[in-house]
Design a protein around this ligand. Structure first.
Ligand SMILES: *[C@@H]1O[C@H](CO)[C@@H](O)[C@H](O)[C@H]1NC(C)=O
Ligand SMILES: *[C@@H]1O[C@H](CO)[C@@H](O)[C@H](O)[C@H]1NC(C)=O
Ligand SMILES: *[C@@H]1O[C@H](CO)[C@@H](O)[C@H](O)[C@H]1NC(C)=O
Ligand SMILES: *[C@@H]1O[C@H](CO)[C@@H](O)[C@H](O)[C@H]1NC(C)=O
Ligand SMILES: *[C@@H]1O[C@H](CO)[C@@H](O)[C@H](O)[C@H]1NC(C)=O
Ligand SMILES: *[C@@H]1O[C@H](CO)[C@@H](O)[C@H](O)[C@H]1NC(C)=O
Length: 202
């Protein structure tokens, strides 16, 4: 590792997917954006606008192939799941839901062959339902956003070298050999903002 790294006391770590697997532009309509953590969870952000910020709404998730309980459940089970959308967050104005399809967060719930239809359903009056937003043909594997790595540790080996380790516990084996990490560092006296983002990728 570079000598300059010894000076740092602040590091941050990212895990990235190559552009062919994911990008900043997730698939979706303008106000609904969803990401897949590559295992058992789907994260969705919906910008409800002013009218539907507090309406009772939920995300409906349809999958022809079923979900990760597809092997153990009778096939008569409806391939449909719901995720309640809580009230809009104060800071962002977004309504977010996290759907975990299995109790085991490391269960492989989707593959590249899966395609989902996602739609927001809101009750706007007695017997009245509105579908303000939907994404057809959402491909989980084309919209991967990995969870942040954890357990970052820096151990001095010699005066000028150190060993940096971390863990990434929730990530699909389908991505083995395709993950990239980025380490960003700065001098103690600088802030992340004013630092000309030095980083190393590997
Ligand atoms: C998703 O919507 C498309 C277009 O309406 C439809 O052809 C397809 O069967 C739907 N998929 C599921 C899983 O419901
Ligand atoms: C809502 O549906 C119920 C049952 O179908 C019906 O009895 C009721 O009159 C409906 N209300 C309105 C406002 O349409
Ligand atoms: C990852 O798993 C290891 C070993 O089970 C555990 O010690 C660690 O806390 C986990 N890290 C995160 C970020 O969950
Ligand atoms: C590692 O080395 C740096 C530079 O010599 C020192 O500032 C830091 O305290 C050391 N960290 C540990 C955990 O020993
Ligand atoms: C460590 O780096 C410092 C500053 O670059 C240098 O003066 C020193 O000789 C290096 N020590 C070793 C053991 O390489
Ligand atoms: C760095 O840490 C890893 C994980 O603890 C360990 O396997 C490796 O041997 C260490 N490398 C050195 C040079 O100490």
């Amino acid at each position: 590792m570079k000598p300059s790294l010894l000076l740092l006391s602040h590091l941050c770590l990212f895990s990235l997917m190559p552009p062919s697997w994911a990008s900043d532009s997730a698939q979706g309509a303008s106000s609904l954006t969803c990401w897949y953590d590559s295992r058992a969870a789907l994260f969705c952000d919906w910008d409800p606008g002013r009218d539907l910020a507090e309406a009772p709404c939920q995300l409906e998730i349809l999958s022809k192939k079923g979900f990760c309980d597809r092997w153990s459940r009778p096939s008569s089970e409806k391939p449909k799941k719901h995720c309640k959308l809580p009230k809009a967050e104060h800071m962002t104005g977004l309504r977010r839901c996290i759907k975990t399809f299995n109790q085991n967060v490391n269960n492989q719930c989707f593959t590249v062959a899966d395609s989902l239809n996602l739609s927001v359903h809101c009750h706007t009056g007695e017997n009245k339902t509105k579908i303000p937003e939907q994404i057809k043909n959402f491909k989980p594997f084309a919209n991967i956003k990995l969870r942040p790595p954890g357990d970052l540790q820096l151990v001095n080996i010699t005066e000028n070298t150190s060993n940096l380790t971390w863990s990434l516990n929730i990530s699909s084996h389908y991505l083995d050999g395709k993950r990239e990490y980025q380490v960003r560092f700065r001098h103690v006296s600088q802030s992340w903002e004013e630092h000309p983002s030095q980083s190393c990728q590997f």
